[in-house]
Design a binder for this molecule. Structure first.
Ligand SMILES: C[S@@+](CC[C@H](N)C(=O)[O-])C[C@H]1O[C@@H](n2cnc3c(N)ncnc32)[C@H](O)[C@@H]1O
Length: 277
C-alpha cells in the first residue's frame, strides 16, 4: 500500500489536515497562477488532491473538459463527489490525450515515493509520459520545490531544541556525514545547503506533519536541473523561480540572514512548456 494511502486510512484527521493545507496553498502560493496558463479544451491535473484546482478551472472555464488524476482513493473520492472524472492510474498507464497537463506540487512526491535514487531520471520519465499524452502544441505546467546547490552554509536556529530536531531529521533521512555537519554554538549548525534547505521545508509544517514530510523531498531538483529536464523535450515558455512565503515560515524557527535569504530566493519553480512536434 502506498504510504499516502496508508496515512489516509490510518489517520484521516491528519490526512484531512494535509488536504486543507493544499487548499490554502492553492490560494496563496504561485499555484494560484496555474489556471491562467492552461491552453486548449481538455485539461488534466495530475495529483489533484481534493480537487481545489479542478474547482478553480471549472469556475473559470466551464466549457472545458477538466479531468483529475489521483492515486489516493480517499482524495479521488472527494473529487468525484464534487462531480469530477478522476483517473486512478499512473500517467504512464493511461491511453488518452490532453491539451494541458498540470503538475502542481506532485512531481516531488512521485520522485520521493520511488525507490530509484536517480530523481532526475524519474522526473524525465514522467515528463516523457506527459509528452506522449499531449496533443501537438499542448502544454505542461509545473510548480514544485527547488533543491539548493551544493555548498556549505551556516544556519542559526532560534532555539537549541531545533538543533536537536535537526540531528534527529538527519538520522531519519539516513544522512550521517559527521565531517561536514557540526554545531558551532548551541544554536548553530554548519552543513551542506541542500540538507539545511530540505530540513527547513520539512520543519515548516510542524510536528503533526513530520511523519509524512520526512518521507518526501520537496526540493527534488536544483533550478538548473529543472530547466534541463524540461528543455530536453519541450519548448520552455516561462521559467521562474520564486521565494513565495517560505522566509515567513522559516522565520518562526531560524534567524534570517543573507545566507538564508539567498537559499530561499528559489524556494519553488514555475514552468510552462509546450510540445512543439
Ligand atoms: C502535495 S499534494 C498536491 C495537491 C495539489 N495538486 C496541490 O497543488 O495542492 C500531492 C498530491 O499528489 C498525489 N500523488 C502522489 N503521488 C502520485 C502519483 N504517482 N500519481 C498521482 N498522484 C499522486 C497525492 O496523493 C497528493 O494528493
Amino acid at each position: 500500500m502506498n504510504f499516502l494511502t496508508k496515512l489516509a486510512t490510518e489517520n484521516i484527521e491528519n490526512y484531512n489536515q494535509y488536504l486543507n493545507r493544499m487548499t490554502v496553498s492553492t490560494e496563496v502560493s504561485t499555484k494560484k497562477n496555474i489556471p491562467f496558463y492552461v491552453k486548449g479544451d481538455k485539461i488534466l491535473d495530475v495529483g489533484c488532491g481534493s480537487g481545489v484546482m479542478l474547482e478553480k478551472l471549472r469556475e473559470l472555464y466551464g466549457k472545458k473538459e477538466i479531468v483529475g488524476l489521483e492515486i489516493n482513493k480517499y482524495a479521488a473520492n472527494i473529487c468525484r463527489k464534487k462531480g469530477f472524472r478522476i483517473i486512478e492510474k499512473p500517467l504512464e498507464e493511461i491511453n488518452e490525450k490532453f491539451d494541458t497537463i498540470i503538475f502542481s506540487s506532485v512531481l516531488h512526491e512521485i520522485a520521493s515515493y520511488n525507490d530509484n535514487t536517480d530523481k532526475y531520471k524519474i522526473i524525465k520519465n514522467v515528463l516523457n509520459a506527459a509528452y506522449d499524452r499531449l496533443t501537438v502544441g499542448g502544454r505542461i505546467i509545473i510548480r514544485d520545490g527547488v533543491q539548493a546547490d551544493l555548498y556549505p552554509v551556516f544556519i542559526e536556529f532560534k532555539d537549541k531544541e531545533v538543533v536537536k530536531d535537526y540531528f534527529k531529521y538527519c538520522e531519519d533521512i539516513g544522512y550521517n556525514n559527521f565531517f561536514t555537519r557540526r554545531n558551532v554554538t548551541d544554536n548553530t549548525i554548519v552543513d551542506f545547503a541542500p540538507i539545511i534547505k530540505e530540513f527547513c521545508f520539512t520543519y515548516t509544517w510542524g510536528k503533526d506533519s513530520y511523519a509524512r514530510e520526512v518521507k518526501e523531498r520537496f526540493g527534488i531538483l536544483t533550478a538548473d536541473d529543472w530547466y534541463r529536464v524540461v528543455d530536453n523535450l519541450f519548448y520552455i515558455e516561462c521559467f521562474e523561480t520564486n521565494r513565495e512565503q517560505y522566509l515567513d515560515y522559516i522565520e518562526r524557527f531560524c534567524v534570517i540572514d543573507k545566507n538564508l535569504e539567498k537559499m530561499f530566493e528559489d524556494a519553488t519553480v514555475f514552468i510552462v512548456a509546450e510540445k512543439l512536434l
